[in-house]
Design a protein around this ligand. Structure first.
Ligand SMILES: Nc1ncnc2c1ncn2[C@@H]1O[C@H](COP(=O)(O)OP(=O)(O)OP(=O)(O)O)[C@@H](O)[C@H]1O
Length: 208
C-alpha cells in the first residue's frame, strides 16, 4: 500500500493516470506484471480499479446502480452485481444510501460511493486519487482501513493524498516534486508491513 504525496500540481493525478493506462507517458513506459497498464483505447487494464478525483459517477443513477453497472461491464451477472454493490457500500458506511441518486448525496457520501465501486471490483491494482479528501476523520480512517484490507488480500493499492495521516497509514510513501519522484519513505509501523507479494513495484525506477 503506497502513498503518493506532493504539493498541488506536483503530478500525482498525472502519474495515477499513467499507472491506470488513461494517458500515455511522453517518455518511458508503465507496465504491470510484464503487461500493459491500459488498453490501446485509453482504458485501464481489466484488473485495475480507479477512484478518480472527480469520481466519474452518473448523477441520475442510484449509488447501487452506479456500482452494479461497472461490475456488469466487467462480466458480473445482474443479481451478483447488485449484491456486490450493496456489500461494497456497506463496507464504507453508506449501505443505507444504496437506493439514493448520486445527485442527492453529499460530497463525502459521493466520495465513499466512488471508493465502494473500486472495492467492489476486487481488483489486483487499486489506484485511488485523494479518496478521503471530503471525509471527516472517522470516515477517513474507515475508508483507509478498507483500502488496507484490499492490500492485505494481495492487491497493489496506491493512494494519492495531501493528508499526512493517510500517508502514515500506508506501507511506503513516494513524494513527488515537480513531476519527479523526490523521495521514498519507509518508516515506523510501515516497516512492519510485509513486502512479500508486492514485487510488481509500481514506482521502481528502471535499471539504467
Ligand atoms: N491535460 C493536461 N495538459 C497539460 N498539463 C496538464 C494537464 N493535466 C495536468 N497538467 C499539469 O500537470 C501538472 C501536474 O498536475 P496534476 O493534476 O498531476 O497535479 P496533482 O499533484 O495531482 O495536483 P493536485 O494535488 O492539485 O490535484 C500541473 O502543472 C498541471 O497544470
Amino acid at each position: 500500500m503506497l502513498a503518493l504525496t506532493g504539493s498541488s500540481g506536483s503530478g500525482k493525478t498525472t502519474l495515477m493516470s499513467v499507472l491506470g493506462g488513461l494517458v500515455r507517458p511522453d517518455a518511458g513506459e508503465a507496465s504491470y506484471d510484464g503487461g500493459a497498464v491500459g488498453t490501446r483505447h485509453g482504458e485501464p487494464r481489466a484488473g485495475t480499479a480507479l477512484v478518480l478525483q472527480t469520481y466519474g459517477l452518473v448523477p441520475t443513477l442510484t449509488a447501487e446502480e452506479n456500482i452494479a453497472i461497472a461490475l456488469r461491464a466487467r462480466g458480473a451477472d445482474p443479481r451478483q452485481a447488485a449484491e456486490r454493490a450493496v456489500a461494497a457500500l456497506v463496507r464504507v458506511g453508506v449501505g443505507d444510501l444504496a437506493d439514493r441518486l448520486i445527485s442527492e448525496l453529499s460530497g463525502g457520501q459521493t466520495q465513499r460511493v466512488a471508493v465502494a465501486r473500486a472495492l467492489a471490483a476486487e481488483a489486483d491494482v487499486l489506484l485511488a486519487d485523494e479518496p478521503t479528501s471530503e471525509l471527516d476523520e472517522t470516515n477517513r480512517d474507515h475508508v483507509v482501513a478498507e483500502l488496507r484490507a484490499e492490500a492485505d488480500r494481495g492487491a497493489v493499492v496506491v493512494v494519492a493524498t495531501h493528508d499526512p495521516e493517510v500517508a502514515a497509514m500506508c506501507d511506503d510513501e513516494v513524494h513527488l516534486v515537480d513531476g519527479v519522484l523526490a523521495e521514498t519513505v519507509t518508516s515506523g509501523s510501515r516497516q512492519a508491513r510485509p513486502a512479500e507479494g508486492h514485487e510488481h513495484d509500481l514506482y521502481r525506477r528502471p535499471t539504467p
